[in-house]
Design a protein around this ligand. Structure first.
Ligand SMILES: N[C@@H](CCC(=O)N[C@@H](CS)C(=O)NCC(=O)O)C(=O)O
Length: 201
């Protein structure tokens, strides 16, 4: 029985992560394509963002990627290390990549504005992402140890392939993070990973 309905676009890295976590955890969820800018979608998520997971029956509506992923893992196979310290480290690494995505999405949204793009804010976002590179590179071996099914490895591929897809003009994370690049490339042909690759959508 499905545990709920996931809504999202084929291009969102957050949605992709939720789909990958569901697939690898073996948590059965329905998936419906949703455009966050479609006014009708506000009936599902009043915030107008993707992803959203409506839990089955009278279950709650989950509107945060981390919460959705933790719920999926709780319903299916655990994709985090069981030892407490190691688990916290993986969650800390995932939080860094979430922060990189939040900055990257803000950078992309501003890039798409027709006028008044703030060079100062764009640079601040780029700087924040670039300062995270050493943290990403340090996380790469931890992600590799749980690849292809670990939550951290799935976050790594979702976030970094999205940077390639949307922000390759602004960011060269591959030069600064060769270990992470190797890991991401090694995961690219995993069937679940390639099926959700935004550049193939
Ligand atoms: N904090 C949210 C972020 C989700 C997010 O920013 N999604 C983007 C798509 S990648 C979105 O829906 N953007 C539309 C908007 O901000 O209006 C989460 O963790 O799920």
């Amino acid at each position: 029985m499905t545990i709920g309905q996931l809504y999202g676009s084929a291009f969102s890295p957050y949605v992709r992560l939720c789909r990958l976590v569901a697939a690898k955890a073996g948590a059965e969820v329905g998936f419906r394509l949703a455009d966050p800018f479609d006014p009708e979608y506000r009936a599902v998520n009043p915030l107008g963002k993707v992803p959203a997971l409506k839990m089955a029956g009278d279950g709650p509506l989950l509107l945060d990627t981390g919460l959705i992923c933790r719920t999926l893992i709780g319903e299916g196979r655990d994709l985090l290390p069981s030892a407490r310290a190691e688990r916290l480290q993986h969650e800390a690494d995932i939080a860094v990549l979430t922060g990189v995505l939040d900055l990257g999405v803000a950078l992309l949204m501003e890039k798409r504005r027709e006028a008044d793009i703030s060079a100062k804010w764009q640079q601040r976002r780029i700087d924040g992402i670039e300062r995270a590179y050493p943290l990403i590179e340090a996380a790469a071996p931890r992600a590799a140890s749980s690849a292809p099914d670990g939550y951290l490895a799935l976050m790594m591929v979702s976030a970094l392939q999205w940077l390639d897809f949307r922000l390759s003009e602004e960011l060269d994370w591959r030069a600064a993070c060769p270990g992470a690049a190797k890991l991401v490339d090694s995961l690219a042909e995993d069937p679940d990973v390639s099926a959700t690759d935004p550049s193939r959508a």
